[in-house]
Structure formats: structure tokens, C-alpha cells
Design a protein around this ligand. Sequence first.
Ligand SMILES: CC(C)(COP(=O)(O)OP(=O)(O)OC[C@H]1O[C@@H](n2cnc3c(N)ncnc32)[C@H](O)[C@@H]1OP(=O)(O)O)[C@@H](O)C(=O)NCCC(=O)NCCS
Length: 140
Amino acid sequence: MKNTFYFKDTELPDESKLFSLFLTTGWNESYKLEKSEMFTAVKNSWYYVSACDKEKLIGFGRILCDGIVHALILDLIVHPDYQNQGIGKTILNKLVDKCRQHRIRDIQLYSVKGKDGFYRKMGFKERPEGEPGMEIKLFQ
Ligand SMILES: CC(C)(COP(=O)(O)OP(=O)(O)OC[C@H]1O[C@@H](n2cnc3c(N)ncnc32)[C@H](O)[C@@H]1OP(=O)(O)O)[C@@H](O)C(=O)NCCC(=O)NCCS
């Protein structure tokens, strides 16, 4: 049977559906976000893409961006029941296309363990040795 997936980027996903999708990753065990906090963070994004199967939210990705130079891809998530069907690739391509349209000079992201191969296939490269991305975690 032909799948009925579709993608949209003109409206925010439903808050509860988005939070349920977010919870499938396990990331909230460290972030400890309330549903409303997660939704506010998403609302403050520069661009976002949702993947749907009929009424179900099955994938999502978003970008923070300064509009000119740098973009950061965040929260790229495909529901575990829908992974390995090209949905993550489609969302990522849409995020990258949006940056290309705006001539954003570079796109950054942090890969979780085991997903670096996915991003490498999509053209992303690790930073040069000795020039790592760095972070400090607050309020853990
Ligand atoms: C990472 C994730 C978004 C990938 O989405 P997906 O829909 O399952 O991936 P796709 O089916 O679009 O895969 C696209 C290509 O990448 C490959 N790929 C997928 N996961 C991979 C992995 N972990 N390592 C290497 N290659 C991978 C696929 O085989 C496919 O290759 P092809 O184009 O040659 O056929 C998805 O696994 C996910 O949501 N995981 C949980 C949340 C997460 O970890 N997000 C990433 C945060 S950094």
C-alpha cells in the first residue's frame, strides 16, 4: 500500500503531539522540559518541518539561525516506528534547502552517538582535529 506521509513547514505542530515525539528520544531525561517549555523553544525557531502520517506527527526538525551566516539544526526526530523509510533524509534536505535559499553560509549540528553516519551520508563533515565543537551544560 502506498504510504501517506506528507511534510509541512508553514504551521507549528500540535504541542502534545510534538512533546510525545520528543519523548521517544529519551533526551528529556536530562533536559527535564515541561511540554510548554519545549513548545516555546520550538516556536522561537527560525524554521521547522513536520512529517505526518494522516493526523499523526511522525517526524520533526528545526533550525535556529541568524539569517545571514550561521544555522544550527536541532531536534531532528523520526518516530521509531517510521525510521529507515527516508523521512529523516527528507526533513534534513528541507532544512538544508531553506538555508541554501537564504544563502546561509554554514550549518552546524551535534550528532548523537550512532547517528553520525546518517549525517555523513547527507554531506556533513566532522570539524577538523583540534577544532572541536564545545559546549557547557547548565542546569542539569
Ligand atoms: C537520525 C534519524 C533522524 C534518521 O532518520 P530516518 O528517517 O530513520 O533515516 P532515513 O531513512 O531518512 O535515512 C537516510 C539514509 O541514512 C541512512 N542512515 C539512517 N540512520 C543511519 C545511521 N544511524 N548510521 C548510518 N546511516 C544511517 C539510511 O540507511 C539512509 O541511507 P540511503 O539514503 O543510502 O538509503 C532517526 O534515526 C531518529 O529520529 N533517531 C532518533 C532521534 C535522533 O537520534 N536524532 C538525531 C539527533 S542528532
